[in-house]
Design a protein around this ligand. Structure first.
Ligand SMILES: *[C@@H]1O[C@H](CO)[C@@H](O)[C@H](O)[C@H]1NC(C)=O
Ligand SMILES: *[C@@H]1O[C@H](CO)[C@@H](O)[C@H](O)[C@H]1NC(C)=O
Ligand SMILES: *[C@@H]1O[C@H](CO)[C@@H](O)[C@H](O)[C@H]1NC(C)=O
Ligand SMILES: *[C@@H]1O[C@H](CO)[C@@H](O)[C@H](O)[C@H]1NC(C)=O
Length: 523
């Protein structure tokens, strides 16, 4: 079987098929072809039947020299097929036709169907037949399965018989190393005209020339709609997109978010980015940040974005500069429904007494408040906060909400129970959180570790936290433990928590040096 395959693939190019397609085929590393061929289970029986099958045909239907050179004719009335011999090339035609039949059978196209297909495209010459077989094999080795090749042959035979496809196939093989996803390859070939495929390699090389790293190009291609982004665009247009995106991250942005290439430049990219540039007052660098952090913003229509902006201007009384600052920290604001999310939440902030400048500060600090789920998140936190002692419709409540947006309800619940377990009352927790709102968002495990250390190692009263709840926010090893140990060695560790932790590292180190020199003088 290996021998049969070998002889099949090592067929020298016939004199009649010195077209570029054949050259393409023979540039192929022959071992990979043999491998892909040998791995297909039904192949060898087909190969073995090929010759007898074919000789049967030629025996029953003697060659007819009336028909044109390089062309096959099919006699449908008798449902039989016979190739005409070309005067200058008779032995090769048999072989070419035979191998084509077996290649096609291999992808599930019967002899009868092959006959019909070839009849439909009666302009086929034997040169094209030969390349057709090469191309089918080429697709197979690029990873296309039989079903897909079958579909291609049935639906787009002209695609496989034009020479325009050869540069594409050799590009996919030699430069992209067959790494284009099968589904992409399939769609590429099924839904584009040959003329729009021939420049494909050139367009991809342009992307690389303009800066898409070679090791990222396949990923980029696998993530775009190739018909839209590459085939249906002229080289100039691709160039224009890259130029336009230059101030906003250019090729880097494309690599990060290839789907950007799917957008039409004039109808989508330019107007959508212009809305942001206008909002920012011409701050291209700011717009670049927004686009790089949240490229999906480009999926929203100008109308959608404008309506959000208009809403923020009129309902929250924010100006464009404020809105753009909010967009900078929370570009996903445009994904939240105006009526279901933005309006009730901003209304809540207004109810708590926030004016537009407070609302701006709140949203810069806690933009996630706008998108968090009410039932699964905010409602739980409200309950806790109200239990602790926060009053509805107060600014304090909004402050506590702002600091708790980034933590899970579970963590918040654990922190609160931890305080209760250590003997604090709800009033205490409320008082501490008014001093240091962040205590509600510290990680519960870290809070517990610090509380234990305070009691067990530092021998302090846990209620010192009431005066200095910020203790719970300092880094454990670097600040709390380190400073306590240094201080204990020098002064017996009785400095107040506030003094111990708030002085800057520089002052702390300076003081320590001074103290130890005093100490060494005393000794
Ligand atoms: C790619 O874009 C074309 C329109 O240009 C569209 O018809 C096709 O469905 C798109 N393919 C995918 C996979 O989205
Ligand atoms: C190709 O682009 C033109 C406009 O340039 C558009 O009208 C047409 O629908 C596009 N075709 C596909 C398949 O995307
Ligand atoms: C082929 O590309 C041209 C532009 O280069 C476009 O106008 C045409 O619609 C494309 N055809 C298809 C089927 O995409
Ligand atoms: C460091 O000490 C100097 C002098 O005691 C003081 O003026 C300064 O504010 C201190 N810096 C900090 C960050 O504590």
């Amino acid at each position: 079987m290996a021998l049969v395959a070998l002889s099949f693939f090592s067929n020298p190019p016939s004199s009649s098929s010195s077209s570029s397609s054949s050259t393409t085929f023979h540039r192929y590393p022959s071992h990979s072809l043999q491998l892909s061929f040998r791995s297909s289970s039904t192949l060898s029986p087909l190969f073995q039947t090929q010759h007898s099958f074919f000789s049967l045909l030629t025996k029953s239907q003697p060659p007819n020299n009336h028909f044109f050179r390089f062309r096959f004719r099919f006699r449908l009335s008798t449902h039989s097929f016979f190739p005409c011999r070309c005067s200058n090339n008779s032995p090769n035609v048999d072989v070419e036709f035979g191998t084509l039949i077996s290649s096609f059978q291999e992808i599930g196209i019967s002899f009868e169907e092959t006959k019909l297909l070839l009849l439909k495209s009666n302009e086929l010459t034997s040169i094209q037949l030969n390349s057709l077989r090469d191309r089918v094999l080429s697709l197979h080795s690029l990873g296309l399965d039989r079903v897909s090749i079958n579909r291609l042959v049935r639906e787009c035979l002209t695609m496989l018989t034009t020479n325009e496809i050869d540069p594409l196939l050799s590009f996919l093989r030699n430069e992209l190393h067959g790494q284009l996803e099968q589904a992409k390859l399939k769609r590429l070939l099924l839904s584009n005209e040959p003329k729009n495929l021939s420049a494909f390699p050139q367009k991809v090389r342009l992307l690389v020339d303009r800066g898409v790293p070679v090791n990222k190009i396949v990923r980029v291609l696998n993530k775009v709609n190739l018909s839209k982004a590459i085939c249906n665009r002229s080289i100039d247009e691709i160039e224009r997109i890259i130029d336009f995106l230059e101030p906003f991250g250019g090729v880097g942005l494309i690599v990060k978010h290839p789907a950007i290439l799917n957008h039409c430049l004039d109808l989508k990219l330019i107007p959508r980015i212009s809305v942001l540039t206008e909002l920012s007052g011409g701050d291209e660098d700011g717009v670049r940040k927004v686009l790089n952090n949240f490229p999906f913003i480009l999926d929203y229509s100008v109308k959608h974005v404008e309506e959000h902006l208009q809403f923020l201007r009129s309902f929250a009384d924010l100006d464009d500069e404020q809105i753009f600052k909010i967009v900078l920290v929370f570009p996903a604001i445009f994904t939240n429904s105006r009526e279901r999310k933005l309006r009730p939440r901003i209304q809540f902030l207004k109810d708590c007494g926030l004016d537009s400048s407070d609302i701006f500060k709140f949203l810069i600090k806690a933009p996630l408040f706008l998108s968090a789920s009410f039932h699964e998140n905010l409602a739980y936190k409200f309950v806790f906060l109200v239990k602790i002692g926060y009053k509805y419709r107060t600014k304090e409540l909004t402050m506590a909400i702002a600091t708790s947006t980034r933590i899970s309800c579970e963590n918040m619940q654990k922190v609160v129970s931890l305080f209760l377990n250590y003997g604090f009352s709800f009033e205490d927790i409320f008082a501490m959180s008014m001093k240091q709102p962040l205590i509600l968002r510290y990680n519960h495990a870290s809070v517990e570790k610090k509380m234990k250390y305070l009691i067990e190692e530092m021998n302090r009263d846990i209620r010192e936290l009431l005066d200095f709840p910020a203790f719970l926010g300092y880094k454990f090893d670097d600040r709390i433990k380190h400073r306590y140990e240094v201080e204990k060695g020098l002064n017996g560790g009785q400095m107040s928590l506030n003094q111990l932790l708030t002085v800057s590292s520089k002052n702390f180190t300076g003081k320590r040096k001074k103290d130890s020199s005093v100490k060494s003088e005393l000794e």
